[in-house]
Design a protein around this ligand. Structure first.
Ligand SMILES: Cc1ncc(COP(=O)(O)O)c(C=O)c1O
Length: 422
């Protein structure tokens, strides 16, 4: 029997499926059922043996600490997160950066992803006076996971990045400040830093300029720090975190190897944190507390910063450098390509100028050859004008094993070469 159930606007929006739904499905199927697929699509962290052994050791310790373990299992935490965890995060970040955070400035969410859903919909959408407000993304391409998060409508205004070509095969994006218009319809500015997908890291100068603009308009600047400092530290250039009364900073335990615990950390002004806390209570009562329990002593002791600096950062930096040299080898001088500067995160961001096919088509061709990448189109949501560049890029993860990355890049070079009829 099949009923034709009717959905609300929100239901219809979810039903329409977006990039993130397809991406997570492809990823899940490939991880669980297609063992021969080269997984160069998602943002899964690598399994770094030393880091995984730390999490295994912590799990064993937690089992021994009967009181802590029992209370983690049997109790709902307060909706802002476990009080000990909130105090530890505040203390550690204050020590590291000289900030003045109180636990009231911090809320845990079920992954940073859920935190963004709350933040975007708390800040943007329809207001009591009937006004519609939007989130400004000043540097497209931007994180695919934001794209469909508005409850009833598209809530993003996106600005295309300025492209600086570097040498024969490189490029870097910059915020086009001359074109950036922040009127009273903008509810907040948001950037991922390091940027997913491009691996760009906004310079201190760019981030300070965005912060000044947001402050002058009395709106928040949201900085998504899923890959940044002080943890997980997948950042290969100089960049200082900033915090101010109008800044919302988000962190996550996912890229430390704990995506399964779904632990996001939202830092910001008390009014924002109180609203996120209320959203936690309404939507989920409380958060999963296992990630908080596992990481607590490492946050208290500063060990989490050490392992980010000494294990995680060098691991991904090496993977990144190797991946880039595989690209040089596989593409040679005959196949047209440019690679974005790799300043952070886990991705190579390719640009194939004037590619004769869309990257969705390229993605399908690569999938048939057991290589999973993400077509660039998904990262250019919210643009007002059409931009050819949005059909010429793909995101390739380098967090998988050397062998897989090398084979995958070889196959990508081969398919791109065929697409250009070389
Ligand atoms: C830029 C960015 N922000 C947020 C998230 C969400 O992270 P979490 O696993 O904490 O929900 C991701 C996940 O890949 C991401 O890449």
């Amino acid at each position: 029997m099949s009923f034709d159930f009717k959905f609300s606007i929100f239901g219809e929006k979810l039903e329409r499926k977006g990039g993130i739904v397809d991406l997570m499905k492809d990823l899940g199927v490939a991880l669980n059922e297609q063992t021969n697929m080269r997984m160069m699509g998602g943002g899964n962290p690598a399994s770094i043996p030393e880091v995984q052994s730390i999490w295994r050791k912590r799990t064993a310790e937690l089992l021994e600490e009967k009181n802590d373990f029992n209370s983690a299992l049997v109790n709902y935490d307060p909706p802002s997160g476990n009080p000990k965890f909130l105090r530890a995060v505040a203390k550690t970040l204050n020590k590291e950066y000289g900030w003045n955070l109180e636990p009231e400035n911090i809320a845990v969410t079920s992954g940073a992803q859920t935190g963004f859903f709350f933040l975007f919909n708390i800040l943007a959408g329809e207001f009591t006076n009937g006004q519609q407000k939007k989130i400004l993304l000043p540097l497209a391409p931007e994180y695919i996971g934001y794209a469909n998060q508005g409850i009833t409508q598209d809530i993003f205004v996106t600005h295309p990045a300025l492209i600086e070509k570097k040498g024969q095969n490189g490029f870097k994006y910059h915020v086009d400040f001359d074109e950036l218009e922040v009127d009273d319809k903008i509810a907040a500015i948001c950037v991922s830093r390091p940027t997913n997908p491009s691996g760009n890291v906004l310079t201190d100068q760019e981030i300070n300029r965005l912060s000044k603009i947001a402050r002058s308009k009395g709106i928040p600047l949201i900085i998504d720090n899923a890959y940044g400092n002080p943890f997980p530290g997948a950042i290969y250039t100089e960049a200082n975190p900033i915090l101010d009364e109008h800044i919302i900073l988000t962190l996550s335990l996912s890229k430390l190897g704990l995506p399964g615990t779904r632990t996001g950390i939202i830092i910001g002004p008390e009014k924002i944190i109180a609203a996120v806390t209320a959203a936690n209570a309404v939507v989920g009562l409380a958060n999963n507390n296992i990630g908080q329990a596992l990481s607590l002593p490492l946050i208290e002791s500063g060990e989490l910063m050490r392992l980010s600096r000494d294990l995680i950062k060098p691991f991904y930096k090496k993977r990144m450098l190797n991946a880039r040299s595989h690209v040089e080898e596989a593409f040679g001088n005959t196949i047209p390509y440019r690679l974005h500067e790799s300043e952070g995160a886990f991705f190579l961001w390719f640009w194939f100028p004037e590619l004769p096919i869309t990257t969705i088509e390229l993605y399908e061709r690569l999938k048939k050859r057991d290589v999973l990448v993400v077509p660039g189109e998904y990262f250019f949501f919210g643009l007002v004008d059409h931009w050819n560049h949005s059909h010429e890029c793909i995101r390739v993860t380098f967090s998988q094993s050397e062998k897989i990355v090398k084979e995958g890049i070889q196959i990508i070079a081969d398919e791109v070469s065929k697409s250009y009829n070389i």
